[in-house]
Design a protein around this ligand. Structure first.
Ligand code: SF4
Length: 289
């Protein structure tokens, strides 16, 4: 399995307006705003709250986009009929946000009591549906924070024998919005994250570790290069009613230090969040020569 097959969560935004619907999507397609032969990702807000999601997915399927992906909290997928409807309408990649192995951790991150049970039910439904539609890809996406970093091994352990999960994506905290507001309580240093993840990897078998990808993680910290994936250019369809102008999935434009020009990864590195540097400085980042 190539890690890059799954580094599919970058953004190339060409959206207009705030709320997507079938009529707008038709306009995007007809006006050439979406790149054909590429993947389209429904993300932002919670796309499953959009009543027209199945219609829009069908539209993209009939237009032969190479993939139609959905990033979701997975709660509505707890209804099996709805999960099946999305697959039948053309969504072939599901990224489900799961932030802990148990309610006390996941619900603390989402701040939504009961969300763990619903999301787990959604994942179970998708795994069952995949037996009929084996081409769909399922990823579990986890944002690493001070709340859940000690629970990551338990989370992976829970899924160690589950067939059908293609990839486990680990993301650092996005330092904008609430991520920035609560950075003092949530933010981990990259070096802390790398140590913790490396310790988790040592307890897992290599096949499982090969399915774990860190996205938006600098290659100069922590020796986890084998598991670091890159952002991929994709079309983004945002569902949020309060859409922000996103330059990238990260929500910021990365900065680099002077020595970065000498780093072997400089061409593929998207830089570091300026907020992160303001909080933690540059000491962790040493150019790889
Ligand atoms: S370019 Fe700079 S920030 Fe990026 S991996 Fe290299 S040293 Fe780290």
């Amino acid at each position: 399995m190539e890690l890059d097959d799954f580094s599919a969560y970058g953004v190339r935004s060409r959206r207009e307006g705030n709320i997507i619907n079938a009529a707008k999507l038709r306009k995007y397609i007809n006006n050439g705003f979406l790149i054909k032969n590429s993947k389209v990702v429904f993300t932002g807000g919670e796309p499953t709250l959009n009543d027209e999601l199945p219609v829009m997915a069908s539209m993209l399927k009939s237009e032969n986009f190479s993939g139609v992906a959905l990033q979701t909290n997975g709660r509505l997928l707890s209804y099996p009929d709805y999960a099946l409807e999305l697959v039948r309408s053309g969504i072939n990649e599901f990224g489900i946000s799961l932030h802990g192995s148990k309610p006390s951790v996941h619900d603390a991150v989402t701040r939504t009591p009961g969300s763990f049970q619903q999301t787990m039910r959604g994942i179970e439904n998708l795994v069952l549906i995949k037996r009929i539609f084996p081409y769909i890809k399922i990823s579990i996406n986890t944002i690493l924070t001070r709340i859940n970093i000690c629970d990551i091994y338990s989370l992976f352990f829970k899924f160690r024998h589950v067939q059908g999960i293609d990839v486990f994506v680990l993301n650092p905290l996005i330092l904008s919005g609430n991520g920035e507001n609560y950075a003092d309580r949530l933010l981990l240093r990259y070096s802390e994250t790398a140590s913790a993840v490396a310790a988790v990897f040592r307890r897992l078998d290599t096949e499982f570790v090969s399915r774990v990808v860190l996205i938006d993680f600098p290659r100069c910290v922590g020796g986890l290069q084998k598991n670091i994936g890159d952002f991929e250019k994709v079309n983004l369809i945002k569902n949020a009613s309060e859409a922000r102008e996103l330059k990238t999935k990260m929500g910021y434009e990365g900065v680099k230090r002077t020595g970065c020009v000498r780093c072997r990864y400089t061409d593929i590195c998207t830089g570091i969040s300026p907020v992160y540097i303001k909080i933690n400085g540059w000491s962790e980042f040493r150019p790889v020569l």
